[in-house]
Design a protein around this ligand. Sequence first.
Ligand code: 13P
Length: 251
Amino acid sequence: MRTPIIAGNWKMNLTIAEAIELVDGIHYGLPFPGEVDIIVAPPFLCLQKVAEHLQESYIGVAAQNLHVEDQGAFTGECSGKQIKDAGADYVIVGHSERRQYVAETDEIVNKKLKAALRNGLTPIMCVGEILEEREKGQVASVIGRQLTVGLLELTPEQVSGIIIAYEPVWAIGTGKTAKSDQVEDAHRLIRFSLSMKFGGQVGGSVRILYGGSVKPDNSGELLALPNVDGALVGGASLKASDFIEIIKSME
Ligand code: 13P
């Protein structure tokens, strides 16, 4: 059994006070979440405050990025060691916005996954194609490359602890959700690829989340798909009532 996950990626939104208000709103609105892991990913500046605030709660905390090294002369960066120290247990790696805006490559994603694992953080590794790649029929090859290079030199045991998020880039922040068959096909492909590389047990146990314009009105259908184990939610995770509705649609 794969325990479902609903994760909120806040991106570059919310002040510290707004962040605390949001997580309080989730708690008050949903005191008992049931059999689902809930994670929020605040920006670095709120990370420690949010993690402290959530210490006794059911909500886990993720950073949105980390550096490949654990310390050193890397102005403006944060390491896995510091993220762990700030109280987070998860970290998003290889989000498409980082691949797109700061040229994060599959090789960098691979180094970041290793940095996360070495520091005891559970990575949420993002994969997904851009629209042009989908139109050219390259979905399988793009995802295959992202997984092959991204997971290079990792052991089956390490991979079994990773969370994967399939986020088709054309569906992020656009209101264009991928259709159910597109999502299920991609998730099945990811699972198959993991099974081929790391064994059937790993392929069968890794949790694969869908991300891209997940909202309360489409989450029920997406989360019911057999190979979808939850969602990585952007915009709709910034409003407690929407985030709660998405969590509830998982039940
Ligand atoms: P939206 O839900 O705003 O489309 O963002 C998805 C995402 O990028 C989550 O990481």
